[in-house]
Design a protein around this ligand. Structure first.
Ligand code: ADP
Ligand code: ASP
Ligand code: MG
Length: 814
C-alpha cells in the first residue's frame, strides 16, 4: 500500500485534479493507494475569513461563500460527465449551505470559538475529497471515500488537536479490513475527538493525516505531492537559486520543517520515521522530476549543511538580573510561567555568566509572556534582583540544518563571517548539542539578504553575486559600464563572480532595479528612471539591503562624497574615483576608513592617484608587509605632464592646455590641475596612506601659474594665460637652455609634502616621462637607493575605469 497526499495547489483547479488522477492511476497498476487531499488551494484561508467577517458583523462573508460554492460546483462540472453531475452538484450545494448556516450562527452570536472554527474549516477538505473521489469514480476507478472524522481520533484541543495513535490505528485497520476497492480518497487535516466533534490537526495538517495513515497501515511509502520538485536547500520564494535536495534524513527534514520549510508540516515526519517508511516529496506539475527522498540516512554529498530555513515573527524575551547568578530554579520558574500560558518556546540561550536567560517565542505571545513572567518574579523584581522581562520584536531566526555539521569545524565561523561581512547583526545564537542546527536571531528586515548570502556561502560555492550601484555615468562611468558589460561572462566563468549592475545615477536621475540592468541599453533605462538626489539613491540602496553591495562614485561631487558614511555603516563597500572624500580634512578620511573596518567592508580609492596605476595598493602592500616609507617622489598630474611634454614655445601655452582639456585629461576646471591643487591632493592621499596626518594647508605649493590666471571663469582663465604667454615661454626657454625638462613634481619626505615645477636633468628617474604618463618613486627601508617605481598612463577614461573595476573586484573579495 502507498499513501499519496496532494496539497492545496495540486487540487487547486480541475486541470490540476486531472493530473492527480493520472498520477494515482499509474500507482494503482501496482498497488493499493490511499489518496489524502487538502482543500482546494486557498479554501481554508477563505473559510477562516468568512468566520471572522461573520463574527464581526460583516455580511460580505456571504459573497465569499458564494464564490466558494461556485468554485466547487464548477469543479464538479469540469470533472464529472454531465449525466452523472446532478447528485454531486446537490451534495456540494448541501455542504456549502451548511457552511452558510454555520456562518449565520456565528454572525448572530458575534463570536467564534476554536471549536466552531474547526467545524467551519473542515468543509474545505470535506468537499474537496468528495468531489475528487467522485471524479475518480466517474473515470471508472473504483474508489472508496473514507471520512477522516470517523477514523482519526484526537483529543479536544481544537485548532491543533493531538492524535490518539492507538485508537486511530485500530479504527484505520478495521476500515481497511472491510475495504472493497484498491483506492481510497480521504480528507486530510480533519479528525474528530472521542465525542465525534470535528477537530483539525493544525494548518498544513493534511501532510500529517497522510503520515498517520501510512504509519498506522504500514504503507510501503508515503508520497507528498506538492507544487515544488522536492525539499529544497532554501525556500524557493526567497532564494531563486535554491536546489532540490535529492535525499535527506528524517532528522534533517524534521529540523528544516520545524525551522520554517513549509513544504512539510513539522509533525508529519515522526510517525513515518518510527516505522522507517520512506517519504517522497514530488511535484504534481512535473511528475517526472525525481523529487526528494526522506529516509533514515541522507545521501552525503560532502556538504555538511543540508538546508537553510527561517522563522519570522519572533520575539526575544530576556530575563536578566544579578540575583540569578548561581541560584537554582530560575529557569524552571521562567519556563513554568511560559508554559502556564501555553506559550511555545522556539529557542533558548543562556550565557555561562548565568546573568541572563533569553528565549525566543512567537511575537503574538510576547505580551502574555511578559505578564506571566513578571508576575512569577514579582518578589525579585521588587527587590531589584531581577529586571522586568524585556521584549524585543521584529526578529526572525535563520537556521542552518545538517546532520553532518557536528563533525565539521568552521561552519559557525563561516555562518557568522558571512553575516558580519554583510552588516547583519546577530541578536542571539543557539546550537543544540546535537549540532544538527545552528540558529541565529536577526532582524526580520535582514532575513532575505541573510538567507541568500548563506545560501551562496554554503551551496553556491560556484557563484558569488555582487550588486553594483554606480553614481556618475560620464566619461569614466560609461567606460566602466562598457568594461563590466564586456567582462561579465568572463568573470562568471573564470572567477565565479556574478557581477550585476542594479543601480545607476547621474546628477538628476536614478534607477534601481531588482534584476541586473541591461548594460547594452543602460542610457535609455536611466533616462526613464526616477528623478531624485543622491540621498534618494542611497535610501533606495539601503532599503534594498542586498548582499555584497558595492557603491561606486565616479563623480566629482562633494554631495556624493558625503554619503559614504551611511553606506559603510550598512556594510556596503565604497569604491571612489572621486577624490573629494580622501582629500577632505583628515578627520573625515579617518572616519571613513574606520567605518569601513568596523563594518567589515571596504573603502577603496586606487584611482585617486595615478588613475589605473596600482599606486595605493602597492603602497599598502609594502606597509602591510612591514616596510617603511622614507620618501615619495612623483609626477602625479597627467595633465601637467601632457602640457609640459607638448609645450615648446611655438604654440601658445593656453592652446596646449585647451587641447589637454579637449582630450579629457583635465579636471572639469583645468585650474585644479594647473595650479597644482590636484597634485597636492594626490600627494596628501599618499602621505595619509603612509600613516601621516597631513592637511592640505600644510603642503607647500611652488606655483608657476601667475595669480592673475586664477581669477574669473574657465574662459577668463584661458584669456589670462594668453596674456601671460611670455611668462610660460621664459620658464620653458630657461629649462631648454640647460638641456632639462619641466616636470611638476610632488615630494613627501620627513612628514612634509611639497609640490612644484622643477627642471629635471637627463639622468634623473623622472626625465623619461612621456605623454600623460605618471610616475611614483617609493624610497623605503627595503628600497633605499633604487626606489620602487610605478610608471604608466596616469589619466584617461579607459585606464581610470579599469582602476575602478579593479577596486570593485578587490572589494568583493573581502
Ligand atoms: P501544499 O499546499 O502542497 O501542502 P505548501 O504551500 O504547504 O504546499 O508547501 C509548498 C511550498 O513550500 C512551496 O511552494 C514553497 O514555496 C514552500 N517552501 C518553503 N521552504 C521550502 C523548502 N525548503 N523546500 C521546498 N519548498 C519550500
Ligand atoms: N487545508 C489545510 C490548510 O490550508 C491543510 C493542508 O492543506 O494541509 O492549512
Ligand atoms: Mg502544506
Amino acid at each position: 500500500m502507498q499513501v499519496l497526499k496532494f496539497g492545496g495547489t495540486s487540487v487547486g483547479s480541475p486541470e490540476a485534479i486531472q493530473k492527480v488522477i493520472a498520477i494515482v492511476s499509474e500507482k494503482l497498476k501496482k498497488n493499493t493507494v490511499i489518496t489524502v487531499v487538502s482543500a482546494f488551494g486557498g479554501t481554508t484561508d477563505s473559510l477562516l475569513l468568512c468566520g471572522q467577517m461573520a463574527s464581526q458583523g460583516d455580511e460580505q462573508y456571504k459573497e465569499l461563500i458564494q464564490q466558494l460554492t461556485g468554485r466547487h460546483l464548477n469543479a464538479v462540472k469540469q470533472l464529472i460527465p454531465i449525466q452523472q453531475q446532478s447528485s454531486y452538484l446537490s451534495a456540494v450545494k448541501k455542504l456549502c449551505n451548511e457552511v452558510e448556516d454555520l456562518c449565520t450562527g456565528i454572525f448572530l452570536l458575534g463570536e467564534t470559538t476554536a471549536r466552531t472554527k474547526d467545524k467551519l474549516v473542515s468543509y474545505g477538505e470535506l468537499i474537496s475529497s468528495q468531489v475528487i473521489a467522485a471524479a475518480f469514480q466517474s473515470k471508472g476507478i473504483a474508489t472508496t471515500w473514507w471520512d477522516s472524522r470517523k477514523l482519526i481520533r484526537t483529543n479536544s484541543d481544537f485548532g491543533n488537536a493531538t492524535v490518539n495513535f492507538s485508537s486511530t490505528s485500530a479504527l484505520l485497520q478495521a476500515a481497511k479490513q472491510e475495504l472493497a476497492t484498491d483506492h481510497i480518497v480521504m480528507p486530510g487535516f480533519i479528525a474528530a475527538n472521542p465525542e465525534g466533534i470535528t477537530t483539525t490537526l493544525g494548518r498544513g495538517g493534511s501532510d500529517y493525516t497522510a503520515a498517520i495513515a501510512a504509519a498506522c497501515l504500514d504503507a510501503q511509502e508515503l508520497e507528498i505531492w506538492t507544487d515544488v520538485s522536492g525539499m529544497m536547500t532554501a525556500d524557493p520564494r526567497w532564494v531563486p537559486n535554491a536546489k532540490v535536495i535529492p535525499t535527506i534524513s528524517y532528522q534533517e527534514a524534521m529540523e528544516l520543517s520545524h525551522f520554517g520549510a513549509k513544504v512539510i508540516y513539522p509533525p508529519t515526519i515522526q510517525p513515518v520515521m518510527n516505522k522507517q517508511i520512506p517519504v517522497w516529496i514530488k511535484n504534481t506539475f512535473a511528475p517526472m522530476d525525481p523529487g526528494t527522498c526522506i529516509q533514515q540516512e541522507g545521501y552525503r554529498n560532502g556538504n555538511p549543511v543540508r538546508g537553510i530555513s527561517s522563522i519570522s515573527k519572533l520575539a526575544l524575551l530576556s530575563l536578566e538580573g544579578s540575583g540569578m547568578v548561581g541560584v537554582p530554579g530560575f529557569s524552571r520558574r521562567l519556563f513554568e510561567a511560559l508554559s502556564a500560558e501555553q506559550i511555545n518556546v522556539i529557542l533558548i540561550t543562556q550565557g555561562s555568566s548565568e546573568h541572563s536567560i533569553c528565549v525566543g517565542v512567537d511575537e503574538s505571545a510576547a505580551e502574555k509572556a511578559k505578564k506571566s513572567v513578571d508576575e512569577a518574579f514579582a518578589p525579585e523584581i521588587s527587590l531589584q534582583k531581577v529586571e522586568p522581562l524585556e521584549i524585543e520584536k521584529g526578529l526572525s531566526i535563520v537556521a542552518l540544518v545538517g546532520e553532518q555539521m557536528k563533525s565539521h569545524p568552521g561552519i559557525s565561523g563561516k555562518l557568522f563571517g558571512a553575516l558580519g561581512r554583510n552588516g547583519v547583526n546577530v541578536r542571539a545564537i543557539a546550537q543544540g548539542s546535537s549540532e544538527r542546527n545552528i540558529s541565529a536571531v536577526i532582524s526580520t528586515s535582514d532575513v532575505r539578504k541573510a538567507i541568500n548570502l548563506l545560501h551562496e556561502e554554503f551551496f553556491e560555492t560556484s557563484l558569488k553575486q555582487v550588486n553594483l550601484f554606480i553614481s556618475g555615468v560620464g566619461n569614466v562611468g560609461s567606460r566602466l559600464l562598457q568594461q563590466v558589460y564586456q567582462q561579465q561572462q568572463y568573470l562568471l566563468h573564470h572567477n565565479r563572480l556574478q557581477l550585476r549592475v542594479v543601480g545607476l545615477a547621474n546628477s538628476k536621475k536614478f534607477l534601481i532595479s531588482d534584476d541586473a540592468i541591461d548594460l547594452s541599453n543602460w542610457k535609455n533605462l536611466l533616462d526613464s528612471g526616477s528623478e531624485g538626489t543622491i540621498d534618494d539613491f542611497v535610501d533606495g540602496i539601503i532599503e534594498r539591503n542586498l548582499r555584497n553591495t558595492v557603491f561606486v562614485d565616479i563623480t566629482a561631487s562633494d554631495l556624493v562624497a558625503g554619503v559614504y558614511p551611511r553606506l559603510l555603516e550598512k556594510s556596503c563597500a565604497v569604491v571612489a574615483c572621486n577624490k573629494i572624500a580622501c582629500s577632505s580634512p583628515y578627520s573625515y578620511y579617518r572616519e571613513l576608513k574606520d567605518k569601513a573596518r568596523s563594518n567589515n567592508t571596504s573603502f577603496l580609492f586606487e584611482t585617486n592617484v595615478g588613475a589605473g596605476l596600482p599606486v595605493i595598493g602597492t603602497l599598502n602592500d609594502l606597509l602591510k608587509s612591514g616596510d617603511k616609507v622614507n620618501r615619495i617622489e612623483a609626477v602625479l598630474s597627467g595633465t601637467l605632464n601632457y602640457v609640459f611634454n607638448h609645450y615648446d614655445g611655438t604654440l601658445p601655452f593656453a592652446e596646449i592646455v585647451r587641447k589637454a582639456q579637449e582630450e579629457g585629461y583635465t579636471e572639469p576646471d583645468p585650474r585644479l590641475d594647473l595650479s597644482g591643487t590636484d597634485v597636492m591632493r594626490k600627494i596628501m592621499i599618499l602621505a595619509r596612506e603612509a600613516g601621516e596626518q597631513l592637511e592640505m594647508d600644510t603642503i607647500i605649493n611652488h606655483r608657476f601659474l601667475p595669480a592673475s590666471c586664477m581669477e574669473g571663469s574657465v574662459e577668463d582663465f584661458y584669456a589670462s594665460m594668453l596674456k601671460e604667454e611670455d611668462h610660460f615661454k621664459s620658464i620653458f626657454t630657461e629649462a631648454n637652455k640647460n638641456g632639462n625638462k619641466l616636470k611638476f613634481v610632488a615630494a613627501f619626505h620627513n612628514g612634509k609634502a611639497e609640490v612644484g615645477l622643477q627642471q629635471i636633468a637627463p639622468g634623473h628617474d623622472l626625465f623619461h616621462l612621456y605623454g600623460k604618463d605618471n610616475i611614483v618613486l617609493f624610497y623605503t627601508e627595503r628600497y633605499p637607493e633604487q626606489p620602487m617605481v610605478i610608471k604608466g598612463a596616469g589619466a584617461g577614461a579607459d585606464v581610470t575605469a579599469s582602476g575602478v573595476f579593479a577596486d570593485i573586484l578587490r572589494a568583493t573579495l573581502t
